[in-house]
Design a protein around this ligand. Structure first.
Ligand code: CP
Ligand code: NVA
Length: 317
């Protein structure tokens, strides 16, 4: 089975950040993801560029969406998945570099969820013969952002000029959304409590790659951020690894909850987005999660299609 979008191989060996994609590759990936989704919807077979190759999933944090969608993605592309247990992954038994130097002798790719982005970078450098994909670090969640912009493109037809407000912690999901949104031409506002803003380094990197008039504004005022926007996005207030800060953060982030009142300040056609898992009643109310405005399960579905496109282009023979 072939696709009309060519399986052009990505120039980078790894996908550790949205910024590893060139603007042209970003556009091609989104086009391929849409095409693979349409093929799957019609029950047509997927292209199988991973035939005969193995991909290891190395997860140091829990996951439903990322793990399940990568398993299905690899299998539908013709490859095999292996899932070593977390106790043999990073740190404990041998160095990050030695884990990579072993794995690359057996597998063609590794999909890694870990803590520090710097550890992932060391792993990818040491495993120079295999492709490495970031399945979430403390700093970035690039696969999520691919699905997010794909979902916006489906809903609104075109990305440049769309106005998106991210309300909450300036975390990994926010950083990757900023990266992808900059390549997509989004006009973005990030509203966070003081001290929890999107890092300046992310804003600077976005300014270097911004296309189609993309802008980023930071504010500490959620109501100002969502005024008239096409999409309101939020994520958990305490990410994986920050559980000990959950109570403190719950107090600080209280004014940043996305409820029906906040959604009413967005444009009438606005969608609500969340990477999931959602903490209902904390960062978002049931009313918003269960409203017709919520596209959160479209985002979850699109993880599969976006990651199939990513793997097909990253690991094209
Ligand atoms: N959104 C997301 O990455 O979900 P999981 O943590 O379940 O993989
Ligand atoms: N910011 C969240 C995203 C989960 C998909 C976390 O890192 O836990």
């Amino acid at each position: 089975m072939s696709t009309s979008t060519p399986l052009t191989r990505l120039s980078a060996k790894d996908f550790l950040s949205v910024l590893d994609l060139s603007p042209v590759e970003f556009d091609q990936l989104l086009a391929l993801a849409a095409e693979l989704k349409a093929l799957r919807r019609r029950g047509a077979p997927s292209p199988r560029p991973l035939e005969g190759r193995h991909v290891a999933l190395l997860f140091e944090k829990p996951s439903l969406r990322t793990r399940v969608t990568f398993v299905i993605a690899v299998r539908e592309l013709g490859g095999e998945v292996i899932e070593p247990p977390p106790d043999v992954v990073f740190g404990g038994r041998e160095s990050v570099e030695d884990v990579a130097r072993n794995l690359e002798r057996w597998v063609a790719g590794a999909v890694v969820r870990t803590f520090a982005q710097a550890d992932l970078t060391r792993f990818a450098k040491a495993g120079s013969r295999m492709h490495v994909v970031n399945a979430l670090t403390d700093e970035e969640h690039p696969c999520q952002a691919l699905a997010d912009v794909m979902t916006l493109a489906e809903r609104f037809g075109s990305l440049p000029g769309l106005r998106v407000a991210y309300v909450g912690d300036g975390n990994n999901v926010a950083a990757s959304l900023a990266h992808a949104g900059s390549l997509a031409g989004l006009r973005m506002t990030f509203a966070s409590p003081k001290g929890y803003e999107l890092p300046a380094s992310v804003v600077e990197a976005c300014a270097r790659v911004a296309r189609h008039g993309s802008t980023i504004t930071l504010t500490n005022d959620p109501l100002e951020a969502v005024s008239g926007v096409d999409a309101v996005y939020t994520d958990v207030w305490a990410s994986m690894g920050q559980e000990d800060q959950a109570d403190t953060r719950a107090r600080i982030f209280e004014p940043f909850r996305v409820d029906a009142g906040l959604m009413a300040a967005a444009a009438p056609q606005a969608v609500f987005m969340h990477c999931l898992p959602a903490h209902r009643g904390i960062e978002v109310t049931d009313e918003v999660m269960d409203s017709p405005q919520a596209v959160v399960f479209d985002q979850a579905e699109n993880r599969l299609h976006a990651q199939k496109a990513l793997l097909a282009m990253l690991m094209a023979p």
